[in-house]
Design a protein around this ligand. Structure first.
Ligand SMILES: Nc1ncnc2c1ncn2[C@@H]1O[C@H](COP(=O)(O)OP(=O)(O)OP(=O)(O)O)[C@@H](O)[C@H]1O
Ligand SMILES: [Mg+2]
Length: 252
């Protein structure tokens, strides 16, 4: 394929862009890269490739949608920068198809007017942005509910896309609730380690022994487990409120 045709293919399809930077996306990554669903939840195990996928998506939007704004949000600035670093690596590996006006550890501004910005998950710093085309929330289960409530309106006018990637972290918080709720608001993608061809069974056995079942099930099996500090499990607590159990001493 000549360069012009390759450029055109990458412009039309983020999967082609991924291939141009040497990545052969897994089927679930293909699905995410091509999805224009406005709300995506990626409940994928450690090291499955969530951040890499989100970074490819961010570069595709920045390069091929002039004037677009992409935000990378995480519980801390350090974690947002990790995701942003993957964005920069992808952009550079692509050969900077649109030149950068400025490129630093926190943001990338392209000559086509697009920006990719990394932010800490503290509500005050985020409110300044609007008309977000793509909002990437990494380690989403650990981003506070208030922060998410503050950023969601930024997607309203632009009709932007939210992609929240995480492993589970207890049965609480906005990400858990979004995952569990019924309806079609969210598109859910679940990738346990047993389905990731880059993670060996031997490594998983070692991790299970080292981490214990509570951490392991969340990190590698996409399972929402009650918190380790919780005396009674969620199931036990829910069962306490079962209508099927009749009180011993009825009050009425
Ligand atoms: N399709 C792929 N082919 C080959 N390597 C891949 C693919 N997807 C991801 N990787 C590699 O797998 C490793 C983990 O990727 P990444 O950091 O994106 O995972 P993650 O799910 O965000 O992990 P964590 O939960 O630790 O944040 C990286 O080295 C990345 O380059
Ligand atoms: Mg990651």
């Amino acid at each position: 394929m000549n360069k012009l045709a390759a450029d055109l293919a990458a412009a039309l399809d983020p999967v082609q862009l991924a291939r141009r930077v040497g990545m052969e996306p897994d089927p679930w990554q293909v699905d995410v890269l091509r999805s224009d669903h406005p709300r995506l939840l990626l409940n994928c195990c450690r090291q499955s490739g969530k951040s890499t996928t989100a970074a490819v998506k961010a570069v595709h939007v920045a390069v091929y949608e002039p004037g677009s704004l992409t935000l990378c949000l995480s519980p801390s600035l350090r974690q947002s920068q990790e995701l942003f670093r993957k964005v920069l690596t992808t952009y550079r590996a692509l050969g900077r198809p649109v030149p950068a006006e400025s490129e630093n550890a926190l943001s990338l501004t392209l000559e086509n007017g697009s920006r990719v910005v990394s932010l800490p998950g503290t509500e005050q710093t985020i409110r300044a942005y609007s008309a977000v085309r793509l909002l990437l929330v990494d380690e989403a289960a650990r981003v506070p509910d208030e922060t998410v409530a503050a950023v969601r309106p930024m997607l309203a006018v632009s009709g932007g896309q939210l992609i929240a990637l995480s492993t589970p972290w207890g049965c609480r918080g906005w990400w858990y609730e979004a995952w569990e709720q019924t309806g079609s608001t969210y598109k859910r993608v679940r990738v346990p380690a047993s389905e990731c061809r880059r993670i060996s069974a031997a490594f998983l056995a070692e991790e299970r022994a080292a981490l214990g079942s509570w951490v392991y099930s969340q990190e590698y099996e996409c399972s929402f487990a009650a918190t380790s500090a919780q005396l009674f499990s969620e199931d036990t607590l829910r069962a306490m409120y079962s209508a099927a159990v009749r009180p011993l001493f009825p009050t009425t």
